[in-house]
Design a binder for this molecule. Structure first.
Ligand code: KG4
Ligand code: ZN
Length: 360
């Protein structure tokens, strides 16, 4: 019997179990992470080996260095996750792994490891879309959260406004037409001379700045659609600094950071609230690295309160990349029979969940 046929048969028994335990792996960018997750929402362990200190020297992620570090870190981090969870490999019911989007070499390390484990242990392989993982982080932090809800996914590589209709059923209401929100934070931080990753650096320094000091552009703010654009804002910040430097005038980094951050947040909050109004959903989840931003959280909370909406954020550790969120998404895929063959390849460029984009 082929591997996939055997796994489909095995799945019938797994679905009957009271406890379904998944080992999940995430290596799409610069974090090597492994987690053990029970029944989708109970995190038995979540170990993360961050490469930030290494990439800081270069002001951003160097893909080849990331791949090599993943190779070094993957086996020890899996051992750590299994030890902390206190279970043996024979107690697992499935292997979940991010297979895209992300850096191709980085993804390959995680996927190859997951395939080897799935084959050797005779367990179903569940390939997980990274964006679906970020959304699922909210299920871990909010055990009562169920679809439908609206989800704003804002990370270093993605900015999507998604209508989560059911587990695995998504409709794209809007997305960025150029830079992702986190990417804009990282690039602006770099021109301000702040450390990588730029989001947390700007978040911190902006607390001492005046968010109204400079009026940076807010793209598409008053347009009907729900798409975003951040590259014009990034250019506006660069031009602003360039002009001041040419005239030998000084500026307060704190004010530039706070004003830039406010421009990003205003657009994200305004579009999200408008989208919720449009489809009549009162529950809004935020996900991805930028969901850790303190100003975004404050502004989203105050707008939501005005409209009587409920806002969900993952705990900080589940905002940025981690394997627990992948384990959660893998559980819901597994239970719906969405498992993969060992021929599964990485999907670096495309998200497989954001194909349904009807243009609002
Ligand atoms: O989700 P994530 O770990 O990786 C991707 O899937 O891209 O997100 C990383 C991004 C980076 O761009 C980082 O600067 C941003 O999230 N980020 C933040 C904050 N913490 C992380 N952006 C704004 N404020 C923060 N506090
Ligand atoms: Zn991510």
């Amino acid at each position: 019997m082929s591997y996939l046929c055997e796994m489909k048969k095995k799945l019938e028994t797994i679905k009957e179990k009271d406890e379904v335990i998944i080992l999940a792996i995430e290596t799409s960018c610069d974090e090597t992470s492994a987690a053990v997750v029970k029944n989708g929402r109970i995190v038995l362990s979540n170990k993360i080996a961050s490469q930030i200190e290494l990439h800081k020297h270069y002001g951003g992620v160097v893909p080849e260095i990331a791949s090599r570090k993943h190779v070094e870190a993957i086996n020890p981090i899996i051992d750590e996750a299994m030890n902390e969870a206190g279970i043996g490999f024979d107690q697992l019911d499935g292997i979940g792994v991010t297979y895209g989007p992300g850096l191709v070499g980085a993804l390959l390390v995680g996927l190859s490891t997951a395939k080897a484990l799935a084959y050797a242990l005779s367990l179903p392989l569940v390939g997980v879309d990274h964006i679906e993982g970020h959304i699922s982080a909210n299920y871990i932090s909010h055990p009562d959260l169920e679809p439908p809800f609206l989800c704003l996914v804002v990370s270093g590589g993605h900015t999507h406004l998604l209508w989560v209709k059911d587990y695995g059923d998504y409709e794209v209401m809007g997305m960025t037409r150029d830079d992702a929100a986190g990417e804009a934070f990282d690039k602006v931080a770099r021109v301000l001379g702040l450390a990588y990753p730029g989001g947390p650096s700007i978040d911190l320094i902006a607390k001492k700045g005046d968010a109204q000091a400079i009026q940076f552009p807010r793209a598409y703010m008053d347009e009907e659609h729900f798409d975003f654009s951040f590259s014009g804002l990034k250019t506006a910040v660069i031009n602003y600094l360039h002009n001041l430097k040419q005239r030998n005038e000084s500026y307060r980094i704190e004010d530039v950071a706070a004003s830039f951050q406010q421009a990003v947040v205003d657009v994200l909050v305004s579009k999200t609230i408008k989208a919720a109004l449009k489809i009549g959903l009162s529950r809004i989840a935020i996900a991805g690295g930028v969901a850790a931003n303190s100003t975004l959280r404050q502004c989203m909370d105050s707008q939501a309160q005005r409209h009587g909406y409920e806002i969900y954020y993952p705990q900080l550790v589940y905002c940025t990349d981690n394997a627990a969120m992948i384990g959660c998404a893998a559980y819901y895929n597994l239970m719906r029979g969405k498992i993969h063959d060992l021929s599964l390849n990485v999907e670096p460029s495309f998200s497989t969940i954001v194909t349904n984009y009807p243009q609002y």
